[in-house]
Design a protein around this ligand. Sequence first.
Ligand SMILES: Cc1cc2nc3c(=O)[nH]c(=O)nc-3n(C[C@H](O)[C@H](O)[C@H](O)COP(=O)(O)OP(=O)(O)OC[C@H]3O[C@@H](n4cnc5c(N)ncnc54)[C@H](O)[C@@H]3O)c2cc1C
Length: 377
Amino acid sequence: MSGSSLESRLLPATSDLESYKDAWGFIEYIEGELFEISLETLGVANKVARKAGMKVGAIILGHKIPEEILRELIYRGADYVIYADHPELEHYNPIAYTEVLYQMIERYRPWALFFMADDLGRDLGPKVAYRATTGMAADCIDFDVEDFEFKLAGKTYKNLLAQIRPAAIWIAKIFTPRHRPQISGVRPGYFKPPPRDPNRRGDIIRFDPLIPEEAKRFRVVKVEKLPEEKDPLREAELIVSLGMGITRRPGGEPDPVKAFEMAKELAEYIAKKLGVKTALGASRALIHAELKELEGKITHDMQVGQTGKAVSPKIYIAAGISGAIQHKVGMQSSENIIAINIDPNAPIFEIATHIINEDLYTAIPKIIEALKKRLGE
Ligand SMILES: Cc1cc2nc3c(=O)[nH]c(=O)nc-3n(C[C@H](O)[C@H](O)[C@H](O)COP(=O)(O)OP(=O)(O)OC[C@H]3O[C@@H](n4cnc5c(N)ncnc54)[C@H](O)[C@@H]3O)c2cc1C
């Protein structure tokens, strides 16, 4: 298909693509509460905006939003904040929220807009994308700024947002070349919000929205706060993760229960001695192996990776984990990665900050021993 005949079959492109600037993060402010998790959108926006030579905008909707919250968004990495304050925006009203965001897009023309891939973002992001006649890449785990050669159309688009996400056994890169803004969902846990800096300054811009009549069709009858679910893996500063390596042992009998107990001892010792939160994690292969002897010990909520949880602790210890891409995407943003593996070519070593090329059955007790010595026992 030639470029021009393809063009005639596609949705008309956004006009004046070049006029779209800046990367926006949508901040969730619900029932008078700022949802910290949504600050991760500012982490993403900062990453791409700095590379593309653009600014970072924080977008927030609500009613009676305190000024401290607006200023906080500047401290947390926004160059400016655009907010809409209206009684109809007090609760999450998808009709009103979609329309107001669309009006902001029309007025300010952002180049990219990021939503958290949580309950609210997954609902609102696609609605806004549809309203603005643009695309949306859901559940992304990384982003970059790249040129994209759209071979079918015979064109190269410069400086696009590369939206990166797992797709079955591949990692897909998605581009929205002909429409703006480029809208993406960001999987929680992959981006840290920028560090808080109370010396940062930026503009706080009030946007007066037109709330459509039909938004009144949506009424919040009752708001009930669910008890907060604590997730030890996401809160932990140190995670000891186990993989299928616990079922193998060069020149010896593997004992998965012993390996589990060793990992637990290490995590608990550090928690007790250093007063930090620690947790145990696991690879999907180990969880799916459903070892009888580890029933109730290795559980599904411990899975780290593409179809499990994304974690970024200060220290991630991967013991007997090969480092398949689906595991790596869930832990590679950890500050320090200590990998224990008998295979010198294990892919996990490519991203490890500390490599222990050894049998985990001997390596873990050595780490515990060394820690005890160091901590004066
Ligand atoms: C769509 C899809 C989604 C997926 N999602 C996830 C996910 O979310 N999380 C995830 O983890 N996986 C996921 N996977 C599976 C992933 O592809 C790998 O199969 C899995 O991560 C491998 O687990 P492992 O490293 O424990 O096992 P293996 O790949 O079998 O690796 C075991 C490692 O242990 C080492 N070893 C062996 N004995 C010892 C010893 N005694 N001491 C030290 N090292 C030893 C070996 O050298 C090897 O490197 C997914 C796959 C698909 C297709």
